[in-house]
Design a binder for this molecule. Structure first.
Ligand code: ADP
Ligand code: MG
Length: 255
C-alpha cells in the first residue's frame, strides 16, 4: 500500500523542505521505495537532492497542466536514492494557469494515480502558502505531516492549518488525516520551546511525534551540496534525528 503524505505548513522557514528531503532519504535507507514531489516553485527540494532545477526540460508544472505525463518527468536522486518529481520557477505560473482548467484541485491526485503504485511512501513538499498548489497536495494526500517550530505564534498557525484540513475533508478529500506534528529546529534549553511543546502535546496528544529535530548546522549545510544530511554527514545529530523519525513512522504504521 502506498501512503501519500503532504508535508505542509503555510508558514515559511519551518523545516518543510528539510523534512521532505531528509525523511525521504531516511525512509529510502530503511529499504522503503520513496517518491518525493516538489510542489514549491523555489525548487529547493529538487536542488537539495542533487537535481539541477535549471536543467529540467519538464517539471511537475507540466504534469499539473496536463502537458506531459508524470512518468516522463520522473528523476532519480543519486544522493537520496529515491525518485523525484522536480520543480522550478515554472511552477509559479501554475497558480494562475490552473484557474480556467477543469478539475484543477485534483490534477496532482490524478497524476499520482498513474505512477504512485510502486512506492511505499510519496512525500509532497508543499509551498509556504494555502494556495491552489497546496490544495492539490491536500487533495492527493492520505495524511499530512506538519513541521513546526515551537515559537509563540506557532499554535495559531497550526490551528489555521487544521481548519483548512477540515475544509478539504468536507469538500475534496474525506479521508485526509493528520499523520503527525513534527517539532523542528528544537532547542531543549529554551523555556518557550518547552512551554509550546507541552501545549502542543496537550492539544494534539499522540499526533505529536516523539522524535524531535534539533537545530543542527549540518542540516542547513547539506542542501548546498545537493545531498541529504545522511550522505553529507551521517554521524550528525540532524541525520540521526531524521533516521529516528523514519523509524518512528514505520513503527507507528505497523502498530
Ligand atoms: P520551509 O521549507 O518550511 O520553508 P526549510 O526546510 O527550507 O523550511 O528551512 C528553512 C531554513 O532553515 C533553511 O535554510 C534550512 O536549511 C534551515 N533548517 C531547517 N531545519 C533545520 C534544523 N533542524 N537545523 C538547522 N537549520 C535548519
Ligand atoms: Mg520549502
Amino acid at each position: 500500500m502506498t501512503k501519500i503524505l503532504a508535508i505542509t505548513n503555510q508558514k515559511g522557514g519551518v523545516g518543510k523542505t528539510t523534512t521532505a528531503v531528509n525523511l525521504a532519504a531516511s525512509l529510502a535507507s530503511l529499504k522503503c521505495k520513496v517518491l518525493l514531489v516538489d510542489l514549491d516553485p523555489q525548487g529547493n527540494a529538487t536542488m537539495g537532492c542533487g537535481i539541477n532545477k535549471r536543467e529540467l526540460k519538464h517539471s511537475v508544472y507540466h504534469v499539473l497542466l496536463g502537458l506531459v505525463g508524470a512518468d516522463a518527468v520522473l528523476k532519480y536522486s543519486p544522493t537520496g536514492k529515491f525518485d523525484v518529481l522536480p520543480a522550478n520557477r515554472d511552477l509559479a505560473g501554475a497558480e494562475v494557469e490552473l484557474v480556467d482548467v477543469d478539475g484543477r484541485e485534483t490534477r496532482l491526485k490524478e497524476a499520482l494515480a498513474g505512477i504512485g503504485q510502486g512506492y511505499d511512501y510519496v512525500l509532497i513538499d508543499c509551498p509556504p502558502a494555502l494556495n491552489m498548489l497546496a490544495v492539490n497536495a491536500l487533495t492527493a494526500a492520505d495524511a499530512v505531516i506538519i513541521p513546526m517550530q515551537c515559537e509563540y505564534y506557532a499554535l495559531e498557525g497550526v490551528s489555521d492549518l487544521v481548519n483548512t484540513i477540515k475544509k478539504i475533508r468536507a469538500n475534496l478529500n474525506p479521508h485526509l488525516e493528520v499523520e503527525g506534528l513534527l517539532r523542528t529546529m528544537f532547542d531543549p534549553r529554551s523555556t518557550l520551546a518547552q512551554q509550546v511543546s507541552t501545549q502542543l502535546k496537550n492539544h494534539f496528544t499522540n499526533k505529536v511525534y516523539e522524535t524531535v529535530i534539533p537545530r543542527n548546522v549540518r542540516l542547513a549545510e547539506a542542501p548546498s551540496y545537493g545531498q541529504p544530511v545522511l550522505v553529507y554527514d551521517a554521524a550528525s545529530k540532524g541525520a540521526q534525528a531524521y533516521i529516528a523519525l523514519a523509524q518512528e513512522m514505520l513503527t507507528r504504521t505497523k502498530s
